[in-house]
Write a protein that binds this ligand. Structure first.
Ligand SMILES: [Zn+2]
Length: 477
């Protein structure tokens, strides 16, 4: 049982459903929690066969894994899971093999999974985010074969949501997928995971101190937000304790692993209930995505997603803090805040053509940005209303954002990357400057960077100054 005063209990799904149902304001926007069961505890693995028995149809059990070796209590985890299940059910172990340096949820991996699970009565995925997404997508397309997910690190929120990140034509996209029927989080497995995976998970969770503000802003400015405070409360209530207790992440303290896993589970549930990634994906995720795009084009390996998101959260919090201190909202009501699309398109091309001279990347970004610009121009009356009530909005936004120094100190205490030089591989400072400049020019999601862009306050000097003040480029002595 998880302490209720500081944290919603993600293992009590009916309790979460009641809590969401009691808050009737936003109920119309919400989707039901489709997770069947969640167990987070010491030795949770011992109950796995019962979890499978509860959801399995006729047919063999397929344990779906990648090639990464994992151990628990000195034994190979994946063969141990298969052996444990084969005592009760016909069971097969299926290894999905990468055709490059790392496994992606691409058509090749999905094809292997399709063949492995055909006719199965239950799929049990054992691994981290990618193999979980492969299992979700393949079991959904196979007509909804029951799925039990065994989470092996607190690295990403793929385990408890109904979305999947798939790689198609070289581009990663979050697409609708399915909920697991059961999620099993065994604290001994988490404790045996590489420390950098759980620390990256801490970085990923730092997005909860920046992204909800972007979501609120999009709604306040009438830019397609549908902000839902009840959904944010699911994962944010009491979350300051996560920051103050960050040193326990470095120490792999079992209670902290439990809290990390519980909060990560709540973030996945929250995004799925909201039907969008916006609750946990704002400025910091767009920054991380731009760094991935630059690395992809240059053929450089990517840093762990959560590690990169943690560093990006410090920068996003800096942009937020600066904006709440000094934005003159009246500038958003001037004609200059509603630029000619041709001028914005020119800026999109100037940002992305150096990366991809074929123009394809700029074309894709401009399609999204053109939509955002149309919405912005059509929503001018809504923006004027937000500006009229800016003091109240500013207070609400300030309550959603953590101070950059607080995030930076917490990441450092957790042993996670707090600066670009601490990422593996380190990010190039020039690429970070490019990414923040290009931030309003990539997607249709409205963030604080768009507010600054339209206010005419997003020139290179402003951006460089924000990066310098965030401290993410300094090397720690
Ligand atoms: Zn993320």
């Amino acid at each position: 049982m998880i302490e209720r005063t500081t944290l919603s209990d993600p293992t009590d799904l009916d309790g979460l459903r009641r809590r969401l149902a009691a808050d009737t304001d936003a109920a119309g926007h919400r989707r039901p929690i489709g997770l069947g069961s969640v167990r987070i505890r010491s030795n949770a693995l011992a109950g796995l066969a019962d979890d499978v028995a509860a959801v399995r149809r006729d047919g063999r059990v397929v344990v779906l894994v990648d090639e990464t070796p994992m151990r628990r209590s000195g034994a190979d985890l994946k063969t141990a899971v298969a052996a444990m299940l084969s005592a009760r059910f016909p069971t097969e172990l299926a290894v999905i093999r990468a055709h490059g340096p790392e496994l992606h949820a691409d058509p090749d991996a999905l094809g292997q999974a399709d063949a492995a699970i055909a006719g199965a009565g239950c799929v049990v995925s054992v691994g981290s985010g990618t193999i979980t997404d492969v299992a979700k997508d393949a079991s959904m397309r196979a007509g909804g074969i029951p799925l039990v997910v065994v989470q092996t690190a607190v690295s990403v929120n793929a385990f408890s949501d109904d979305m999947a990140v798939l790689l198609r034509d070289g581009v990663k996209r979050t697409v609708p997928s399915r909920w697991p029927d059961a999620l099993v989080i065994d604290l001994e497995i988490l404790a045996a995971a590489p420390a950098e995976m759980n620390r990256a998970g801490f970085g990923e969770l730092c997005s909860m101190f920046t992204a909800p503000a972007d979501w609120y802003l999009a709604d306040a400015a009438d830019q397609g937000g549908d902000y839902d405070a009840g959904v944010v409360a699911l994962f944010r209530d009491g979350a300051e304790g996560l920051l103050s207790g960050a040193a326990k992440v470095r120490a792999a303290d079992p209670e902290m692993l439990l809290e990390l896993a519980a909060r990560m589970t709540l973030t996945g549930i929250a995004m799925s209930v909201a039907g969008r990634t916006a609750p946990l994906s704002g400025t910091e995720h767009l920054l991380s995505h731009l760094l991935d795009m630059a690395a992809g084009i240059a053929g450089r390996p990517l840093a762990l997603h959560g590690a990169q998101v943690g560093v990006a959260s410090v920068l996003a919090a800096t942009v937020w803090q600066d904006t709440l201190e000094r934005l003159d909202p009246v500038r958003l009501t001037l004609d200059a805040a509603y630029p000619d699309p041709a001028l914005v398109e020119a800026r999109v091309r100037a940002a992305f053509d150096p990366l991809d001279p074929s123009g394809r990347m700029a074309d894709e970004c401009w399609r999204d940005v053109a939509r955002k610009l149309d919405r912005w121009r059509a929503g001018r009356a809504g923006v004027a209303m937000m500006v009229g009530d800016w003091d109240a909005h500013r207070r609400a936004l300030a309550a959603l954002v953590a101070a950059p120094a607080t995030l930076s100190a917490a990441l450092h205490a957790a042993g996670a990357a707090a600066q670009v030089g601490e990422l593996d591989p380190p990010a190039d400072p020039d690429v970070v400057r490019w990414a923040l400049r290009a931030l309003p020019l990539m997607r249709d999601r409205f963030t604080v960077a768009d507010l600054r862009f339209f206010a005419g306050d997003w020139d290179d000097r402003t951006v460089d100054d924000l990066i310098d003040r965030s401290g993410i480029l300094e090397s720690r002595s």
